[in-house]
Design a binder for this molecule. Structure first.
Ligand code: EPU
Length: 297
């Protein structure tokens, strides 16, 4: 009797087994992905999604791992890692970037080309795909402001292109078709009237971020979104959470919306602190904070 080929056979060249997710997250936590696939181009993402859909296999995406907390346990779903989709092409003020390009590389390359717009993202970790999915940004602006269109692969592997208006960007959110994987984006930047001033402005943004946030240790950025008109950091601070620790994890004494892995934390320690922070802010101040970090079950 003939046995059907496994989906893994077709993707052997881009598949790794038992990959420690702690090495792929900025908080350095997470168990192993039993199967991690690293597509080399848009088409390969489509082929992979098509094969997984046909085989009925669940999957997740990990980008730069900067806003993510995987579990301590191994992850059974296939993990798709688009880091190899890291192309960048400049055509006048349009920049086409792969989803796996680190944001820091995008900021640097745009600056070299004297193009302004993404400089407001200086200091934000992660890759382009995650930055789009979360509408990454800060007080100086967000990635949505420069998006022209986004290419995705849909759950069945088909290709799609979404214009900015279809994505309905909001504060740390956007609307994507269910189970779509972003593969690239076309951004519209603007020529900097004074390239030296662009570099100085980028430097100022970085300096400000370093002064306010723990930018050296292991963390995943802010735990919670800011509530409308308020500041999650201020509320967490007022509720006395700065410095609270559990196992090897601690709420930053510098900024109360950050939780740090001091070296020996588990994801369970971090989850405990997130839940404790939610509980205390709700009890003391009557505010229900919304999580920004994506927690994998
Ligand atoms: N504050 C406190 N105590 C704290 C932390 C902050 O009193 O422990 C006060 C600050 O003094 C300030 C206010 O709260 O008056 C706001 O703090 P900050 O300027 O640090 O900005 P944020 O609102 O906490 C946001 C984004 C950051 C982004 C910064 C700078 C969110 C949830 N956070 O932080 O984004 O880097 O602005 O642009 O939107 C992220 O999303 O992961 C993130 C780091």
């Amino acid at each position: 009797m003939l046995t059907a080929p496994m989906w893994t056979d077709a993707f052997a060249a881009i598949l790794r087994r038992d990959v420690l997710l702690a090495e792929m997250t900025t908080i350095r936590l997470g168990g192993r992905a039993r199967c991690l696939v690293e597509p080399r181009n848009d088409e390969e993402v489509g082929d992979l999604l098509g094969a997984l859909a046909a085989a009925g296999i669940a999957w997740k995406v990990i980008g730069g791992g900067s806003n993510l907390l995987p579990p301590d346990e191994d992850v059974d779903e296939v993990v798709i890692h688009p880091a190899r989709l890291d192309s960048l092409a400049i055509d006048g003020e349009f920049v086409t970037v792969g989803a796996g390009l680190p944001l820091s590389a995008l900021v640097a390359r745009a600056s070299e080309a004297s193009l302004a717009g993404v400089h407001v993202l200086a200091g934000i970790p992660g890759q382009v795909g995650g930055a789009l999915a979360m509408n990454a940004g800060g007080r100086h602006g967000e990635i949505a402001e420069v998006v022209d269109s986004v290419r995705v692969r849909l759950a069945d592997g088909r290709s799609g292109e979404l214009a900015k208006r279809d994505l309905d960007f909001g504060y740390r959110r956007c609307r994507l078709p269910e189970d779509a994987v972003i593969t690239s984006a076309r951004l519209r930047l603007r020529p900097a009237p004074d390239p030296r001033e662009l570099k100085r402005e980028t430097g100022r943004i970085l300096k400000e971020k370093n002064a306010a946030q723990p930018t050296t240790g292991w963390n995943f950025g802010c735990m919670f979104k800011n509530p409308a008109g308020g500041s999650a950091g201020k509320l967490l601070d007022a509720a006395g959470l700065k410095g609270l620790s559990r196992g090897g994890a601690r709420i930053s004494p510098k900024h109360a919306n950050f939780v740090e892995n001091l070296g020996t934390a588990t994801a369970a320690d971090v989850r405990f602190l997130i839940e404790e922070a939610e509980r205390r802010v709700s009890e003391a101040l009557g505010v229900r904070l919304e999580r920004e970090v994506r927690i994998w079950k």
